[in-house]
Design a protein around this ligand. Structure first.
Ligand SMILES: [Zn+2]
Length: 269
């Protein structure tokens, strides 16, 4: 493949079948963020464990296919891709999805079929075209050591970055969450000014979290940084159940910012 041309509009990387040594995938990994014109990317069947770190910089990306890799999660930064219309992640090892997946109006098609550990879909996906057959295996995967939220018989895994789960009785937010929300509100109008942001004396990890929060409240859009208040809606109890005819056991998860939003969120309204 040689040098990756920066005006690429379509990329179909299939090293297992073309070169057999993953060399092309390596080049793409390094260059991917520079591909500002890239609209379609298919990196299916590449044994990938993670996605390229700079993929979210491909602002023209409309169709992303990462089927049949070994992905256990996808970066939350991908939710910031403004033009992404279709995302296919079938046949991976996904156990959770980013909180904001589907928040973008552009994203209309999301396929996560055959990710057996995946039990929760962000509630933003409720009104989208989704494929989720073969998800939500009842097998308990204790070795996965993931944060798990249970409600009655249902349970879902939460993204690794979530630090704590709020319940209806936890009306006071942790101090770090309060601080981050206050900082965000004070600084949000400067968020695009990287020079200004880098002058703020914050650890790099917190600065990155400020620039890309864990997610936004599914009820009121408030950014969330460490804690979420989840609420589960089993797909089989929604009007969408007929479309999926028992081939899936997932729940929609509303991630809320407070006890108040938790109490007032309604998926069907
Ligand atoms: Zn809220």
């Amino acid at each position: 493949m040689g040098e990756v041309p920066q005006d690429w509009k379509t990329a179909d990387v299939d090293p297992l079948h073309k070169s057999g040594d993953g060399e092309e995938a390596g080049k793409l990994q390094a260059k991917i963020g520079d591909l500002k014109e890239l609209q379609t990317l298919d990196i299916s069947i590449n044994c990938l464990i993670t996605l390229p770190e700079r993929l979210h910089l491909c602002h023209s990306l409309q169709y992303l296919t990462v089927d049949r890799n070994h992905l256990w999660g996808i970066p939350r930064h991908l939710c910031q891709l403004p033009n992404l219309n279709e995302l296919s992640m079938a046949g991976n090892r996904l156990a959770f999805l980013p909180l904001d997946l589907g928040r973008s109006r552009e994203l209309q098609y999301v396929y996560v079929d055959n990710n057996i550990h995946l039990k929760g879909l962000p509630s933003y996906l409720y009104n989208k075209v989704i494929g989720c057959s073969g998800c939500g295996s009842p097998i308990h995967v204790s070795e996965m050591k993931l944060l798990c939220f249970s409600s009655g018989q249902l349970s879902v895994f939460l993204p690794a970055e979530v630090k704590s789960i709020g319940a209806a009785v936890d009306s006071v937010l942790p101090l770090q969450e309060l601080t981050m929300r206050t900082l965000y509100n004070a600084l949000s109008r400067f968020m695009k000014d990287l020079n200004f942001l880098s002058s703020i004396l914050l650890p790099r990890s917190l600065l990155e979290l400020l620039l890309c929060p864990l997610g936004h409240c599914h009820r009121c859009s408030q950014p969330m940084f460490t804690i979420v208040y989840p609420k589960l809606f089993p797909l089989r109890e929604t009007p969408m159940a007929g479309l999926h005819q028992g081939r899936t056991a997932v729940s929609f998860v509303a991630y809320c910012c407070s006890t108040q939003c938790l109490q007032t969120f309604d998926l069907l309204s």
